[in-house]
Design a protein around this ligand. Structure first.
Ligand code: PMV
Length: 371
């Protein structure tokens, strides 16, 4: 049995603008998706007590094909504290947690010098997480090495890569690496179309999308200890919105009014300012950047009355407030030194509130036995 988990994410800066080459910053939150896998009791795959239907769960099926293939069927159980469809990265957390569980249970052949004999990595040129696996174990390179299981088999670069490939495959080729990188690496992550000076570069992602080839650079934003004095309080409006629809509306608006691209660029400037404030622990500046980012998002027409109600309720006890994710529903986030008060204000205004530290641990194995 293996149990793995990965965190949800909250975008602090740059939603929408990131689709036009501007930087975005996301942090891993305390709310996690837990996945347990055990050997199946029969010759079928099971999910949550039911027979697994691959067509209904493309994320799970894509990972099964890449990491498990023809091996003995498994039983998968999911227990997630990340609400789905609210912009907190629930599907990325599931993909990354399941990838971790499958890799830990399957194991990895590793040479004495630490190099891999198998796996998905940008440096293993023969493996390609993004192409559809047909037969055989995709990602398998060469025989030899020692087979390591559990935590020793895990690699956060591989999880981020696989997670992104799976999200792209199940979202018609459109997926930025924001959610999966945050779920995998944890902490705070900055995504941009270029390498950002002053931040630790982690990896590049290339993807063939219906709109053409895209490339992102993924960085880690290292945070000082004083960040721990503040909390995020996330308020869920309970209103479901489709990210694809909101994204398409913003695209249509920009096409009609190309001069509004200036607002997108201003969001990019705020992302960089916000990322620097996060890195240096300037909490008041961080909050100011969040609130300014919200005003620009509101100007783009992606807020809604329910989000505005929660934002207004949270503002008096917060350093900064904004919507997070695609908007028109979903969640808002407040940066606060008084999380209990902010939480209460959001709930009183009709939202469901979640308190989180800023930048929690990425994907991990929580329990393993019987390998
Ligand atoms: O709904 P979410 O949290 O996945 O937010 C989407 C963020 C966008 O920038 C609007 C889209 C994207 O893929 O980055």
């Amino acid at each position: 049995m293996v149990r793995a988990s990965a965190p949800g994410k909250c975008i602090l800066f740059g939603e929408h603008a990131v689709l036009y080459g501007q930087p975005a910053v996301a942090v891993a939150i305390e709310q996690r998706c837990n996945v347990t896998i055990t050997d199946s009791v029969d010759d079928k795959w099971h999910l949550e007590g039911m027979i697994f239907k691959p067509e209904k769960h493309p994320h799970i099926d894509g990972l099964r094909k890449r990491l498990w293939n023809e091996r003995q069927p498994l039983t998968i159980n999911i227990d997630s504290a990340v609400p789905s469809g609210s912009g907190l990265g629930s599907s990325a957390a599931l993909s990354v947690a399941l990838a971790a569980a499958l890799r830990a249970k399957r194991g990895r052949r590793v040479a004495a010098d630490g190099s891999w004999h198998e796996g998905f990595s940008a440096s293993l040129f023969q493996t390609d997480a993004y192409s559809k696996p047909d037969k055989g174990d995709a990602g398998h390179i060469s025989p030899g090495g020692e087979l390591l299981f559990g935590r020793a088999a895990l690699d956060s670069d591989e999880l981020a890569l696989l997670g992104h490939a799976i999200e792209a495959e199940s979202q018609g080729g459109r997926a930025s690496p924001t959610d999966t990188a945050t779920a995998s690496y944890g902490g705070a992550v900055m995504i941009s179309d270029r390498r950002e000076r002053g931040f630790d570069w982690l990896c590049s992602r290339r993807l063939a999308t219906p709109e053409g080839d895209r490339q992102w650079e993924v960085h880690r934003v290292k945070m000082p200890d004083n960040i721990d004095q503040a909390r995020l309080v996330i308020g869920n409006t309970g209103v479901h919105s489709r990210t694809a629809t909101v994204v398409a509306d913003v695209a249509a608006q920009l096409k009609q009014n190309p001069e509004r691209m200036l607002e997108i660029e201003t969001i990019g400037d705020l992302s960089r300012r916000g990322a620097s404030a996060l890195r240096s622990g300037e909490l008041e500046e961080l909050g100011r950047c969040m609130s300014e980012n919200h005003l620009l998002l509101r100007g783009l027409g992606v807020s809604c009355p329910e989000l505005e109600t929660l934002i207004k309720a949270a503002a008096p006890t917060s350093l900064g407030v904004k919507l997070t994710g695609a908007g028109r529903g979903g969640c808002m986030v407040a940066l606060t030194m008084e999380p209990t008060l902010t939480c209460g204000a959001i709930e009183l205004a009709g939202g469901r509130a979640y308190i989180s530290e800023i930048g929690c641990e990425g994907a991990r194995i929580d329990m393993e036995s019987g390998n």
